[in-house]
Design a protein around this ligand. Structure first.
Ligand code: ARG
Length: 586
């Protein structure tokens, strides 16, 4: 079944074609929620956009489309307002029948696509032997939410972790490994290399200060590239250790099925990738490096800005690997959508790399390739997030601090109420609330906004936060608990009846969810889910204030219980798409 908005769009188009002919068969009318409910529920500017082409005043176009509009049992006859807006008001009976049709549906009436798309989300992607930083955290949280939304809608999904596991830095790391742990490569059991970030710093120091170390590092790079088994073993050891620490973070965040396909995965394809670009005449030598020049890209001095694909020393770089990844994802994975969730600092790289791939003819017309950028994380002082002593924050510490803060809040609340709970229960609630708060704080903003990291704000029970939404769920469920009612077992024949304005508003909001999810994948904006859920909880509150549930007489009582049930399930589903699990009690 079509969602409400696409249904209206289709009817507007039909009316336009019926009135003005087949030349309008390809139009896609824009339909928005009205800002003022006295005008109705939705508004379209279709007449304003067609007026010029039809050589008629917009208002006249609007009146003709409104007259031809098949309102049927869906809405009242449309009205025309202002310069030519068409206003549409849904009928109460339509809202009732839609809710009744989907009230028992596990998917809340959200249809699966006729043609599921195959989608790859490139997300997280930290670098081996380096700290996974807040930028990677944002990529992980945003990527996961986009992936979950696609998956729920019924698309085929692959999440890939494009870890930085290749490059010249491994030369020095391997030499450091041999020096510091001479037995590492000969002993059979795995060795704990300790803090890899400190290890990296040490290696870098030796590399910068010791010429002999530097020379040996270069040898190791060559050995690694030529596949020397001993060097590969050392490389693998470093990767494994890093992987373990990344896995810890993924476990805390509840990230599953993230397939690691690091830069090294594309190694064998790089030479061929550059050769293919060269054969298409796209590669130019510049200062010994192989580059692609694209129209309109200039550097600060106003000279053409190259996309370097092969360095002077013959080494392939980041761009070469990404070009190979596009080819692989299109040709081998047969993906229809390639989504790269990477910080906005890399926008130029992605823009140029995607354009270059297009120029090479590697992206078929029906394949969508998108860089999904996001802003930086700031501390409460408005500067880049750092520890008090000015160092980069370790994600593990950050997440455990979130859990600790949530625990403090919980303890304080319990003390206020004079309530006792088991330590296990408190741990579980704090863990869930703390991690959810971090996710929600990130996702609730437009991702391009630089976001200020504040435990206090993200854990607040007021405002658009995870604890607020998780509470909203608990409260809605509390109504049925109080009445001793199992919402899952409401009579199948019971019907939703909408009487009060607040019931109508809640009903409309419930029926908007599928449209919101379509927007999320159209614009890669999980924040739309947060906005929607917050709105839903407000509408529910207004409903609950105006409409007693348990004390109402039948059949109104059951009708209202159904509205409660659908609200709870919508919140639960919405939060799950943000990577957040609800609690039944908190
Ligand atoms: N490892 C990179 C970094 O930390 C991110 C990789 C993003 N994905 C990609 N296909 N380039 O900056």
């Amino acid at each position: 079944m079509k969602n409400v908005v696409s249904n209206i769009k289709a009817r507007l188009k039909d009316a336009a074609v019926k009135t003005f002919g087949d030349s309008l068969a390809e139009i896609s009318p824009v339909v928005d929620a009205t800002s003022n409910p006295t005008f109705g529920d939705f508004q379209s500017n279709i007449a304003l956009t067609l007026a010029k082409q039809l050589k008629q005043p917009p208002r006249a176009v609007a009146e003709q489309i409104a007259a031809a509009f098949a309102a049927d049992d869906m809405c009242e006859a449309p009205s025309v307002a202002g310069p030519g807006f068409i206003n549409i008001k849904l009928k109460k009976e339509y809202l009732e029948s839609r809710l009744n049709a989907i009230k028992k549906d596990e998917r809340l009436g959200i249809a699966r696509p006729a043609a599921p798309r195959s989608v790859i989300v490139d997300m997280s992607s930290p670098n081996i032997a380096k700290e996974m930083h807040v930028g990677h955290l944002r990529s992980t949280i945003i990527g996961e939410s986009i992936a979950r939304t696609y998956e729920f809608l019924g698309h085929k999904l692959l999440k890939v972790n494009h870890v930085g596991d290749w490059g010249t830095q491994f030369g020095m790391l391997i030499v450091e490994l041999r020096e510091k742990f001479p037995t590492a490569l000969t002993q059979s059991e795995a060795l704990d290399l300790g803090d890899l970030v400190a290890f990296y710093k040490q290696a870098k120091k030796h590399f910068d200060e010791d010429e002999d170390f530097k020379a040996r590092s270069r040898q190791e790079v060559i050995a690694l590239q030529s596949g020397n088994p001993d060097t590969l073993k050392a490389w693998r050891m470093l990767c494994n250790q890093s992987r373990q620490s990344f896995e810890e973070i993924y476990a805390i965040l509840g990230i599953e099925d993230l397939q690691e396909r690091g830069e090294s995965f594309y190694n064998d394809m790089l030479a061929d990738t550059i050769k293919a670009l060269d054969e298409k005449g796209l590669v130019e030598e510049n200062d010994g490096a192989k580059c692609i020049f694209l129209d309109g890209y200039l550097n600060e001095e106003g000279n053409p800005q190259p996309l370097i694909v092969q360095k002077r020393d013959g080494g392939f770089n980041y761009a070469a690997t990404d070009l190979a990844s596009i080819r692989y994802r299109v040709d081998v994975d047969h993906a229809n959508e390639l989504i790269y969730v990477v910080d906005a600092g890399q926008s130029l790289h992605f823009e140029m790399m995607i354009k270059a791939a297009r120029k090479a003819g590697w992206i078929p017309d029906d394949v969508r390739v998108a860089h999904v950028p996001f802003g930086v994380v700031l501390g409460e002082d408005g500067k880049k997030l750092k520890t008090r002593s000015g160092e980069t924050i370790r994600l593990k510490d950050l997440l455990s601090e979130a859990v600790q803060s949530a625990r403090q809040d919980l303890d304080a609340r319990l003390a206020d109420k004079g309530k006792e709970e088991s330590a296990d229960w408190k741990d579980e609630v704090a863990r869930s609330v703390g991690i959810s708060a971090v996710k929600y704080a990130d996702l609730s903003l437009n991702r391009m906004t630089n976001y200020v990291f504040s435990f206090k704000k993200m854990l607040s029970l007021q405002g658009n936060t995870a604890p607020y939404m998780m509470y909203a769920y608990v409260r809605v469920k509390g109504i049925s608990r109080e009445g001793g009612i199992d919402l899952a077992k409401l009579d199948d024949n019971a019907r939703v009846i909408l009487d009060l304005p607040s019931e109508m508003e809640l009903a409309k909001q419930l029926l908007k969810f599928d449209d919101v999810l379509e927007q999320v994948i159209a614009e890669f904006l999980p924040s739309r889910i947060c906005e929607y859920l917050f709105d839903l909880s407000q509408k529910f509150n207004q409903f609950y204030e105006a409409a007693p549930v348990l004390s109402a007489a039948e059949p109104v009582r059951t009708s209202r219980l159904i509205l409660c049930d659908m609200t709870a399930r919508t919140i639960q589903l919405g939060l799950s798409l943000l990577g957040i699990s609800v609690l039944e009690r908190m």
